[in-house]
Design a protein around this ligand. Sequence first.
Ligand SMILES: *Cc1c(COP(=O)(O)O)cnc(C)c1O
Length: 459
Amino acid sequence: MEFKTIIEPFRIKTVEPITMSTVSEREAFLKQAHYNPFLLKSDQVIIDFLTDSGTSAMSNNQWAAIMQGDESYAGARSWDKFEKAVNDLTGMPYILPTHQGRAGERILYSHIGGKGKIFLSNTHFDTTRANIEYSGATAIDIPIEQAKDYASDYPFKGNLDTLKLKNHIDTHGAKNIAAVILTVTNNSGGGQPVSMQNAKDVSAICKQHQILFVLDCCRIAENSYFIHEKEKAYSQLSYRAIAQEMFSLADGCIMSAKKDALVNMGGFLALRNKELSDACMQLLIITEGFTTYGGLSGRDMEAIAVGLQEVFEPDYLNYRIKSTKYLGEKILKKGVPIIYPVGGHAVYVDAKKLYHHIPVHQYPGQALVCELYKIGGIRSCEIGSVMFGKYDDAGNLIPAPLELVRLAIPRRVYTQSHIDYVVEVFDEVIRTKQNVKGIRITKEPKFLRHFTAHFQPVN
Ligand SMILES: *Cc1c(COP(=O)(O)O)cnc(C)c1O
């Protein structure tokens, strides 16, 4: 018999208090923060769904490992453990420790990028795209068509369109393509998974044309869960074995350990080719640190080595994916439009559909972000025209294709009662949706405006 309640597969040994607040207090906090939740203080937040990055709770075993940290400059024991953990998982011989994912991206993509080079991906994450474009190269997203269809329950909407991949290779020539990057799961594409078949197809095409194939593997364990569940040939394999098979198809990988390594800081770049790795090691030493610690302290490497084991435990992954799905399906049932099926690390709400009375130049996503905070103290993140909108020559907004709000769920942090509270907050969001007004920008920086812009409700 299977019970419906998803109990957390852990007991709580240390607690971090949440500061409770009232609606009127939150209205004042929001005004002080210029209606931008990035400018709130964490103590003003009840449930923090801003990001799943670096917000995981560590286990007793990870904290114990931290005490084993060997902080020697070179050849530390902690490095041996870290290197072994990454090598066992990825099968890649050359491992470069970095302080977080984007440092690995900067090292690899500045080396292989540059003017005239092209990168192709199911979807480049924003730091990935920024590092590629900063080198002078071009980043092109080629997700499958089904990725855009929310209503469809196609199981692998994170897949890369292999026909488009072949066409780009024909058009630009294989030698101008610096790399093909498969992001698993596809974060910017709604946290949707990539199938093993798609990874195999991409790998075969890259091999045939001698193009570097890189996995952006931040959420490889969550992706393996979906493969196990939805791809027939893999239902008998362990999550870890599935991940190992996917790594075996790639020439290199970059991981932000702040996601599926269950730590608060860290990352790595791993490669199969010695020449490429030698060149990257030079950059690592110049900008991160010596090869046996890079951007990490010994204790960080210890915690990552343990986290990379724990994240593949069936009880953990089952709870992780089921609890994300629980939140998504509960609010969907109440009539909140979301990206479906629910991905691994977050629920994405379609704010344009929810607030269809708010025009896109009044940022329905930002309006929902403010409502969620005001009503329930929930902090979320707009992924729409505030984040990606541009202006035309006349100063009119060129909106983003979608107006989403992301509820990203930190790993092992919130319990089912926290999630049920969030579901209840959505009751009020729905009840009051007609009264919600749009938002206008009163001050904005030139780049990455969502972090620091100021807003005002429209009267
Ligand atoms: C978070 C993330 C990165 C960047 O990692 P940081 O640790 O934030 O630098 C790259 N790619 C994806 C898919 C991510 O989610």
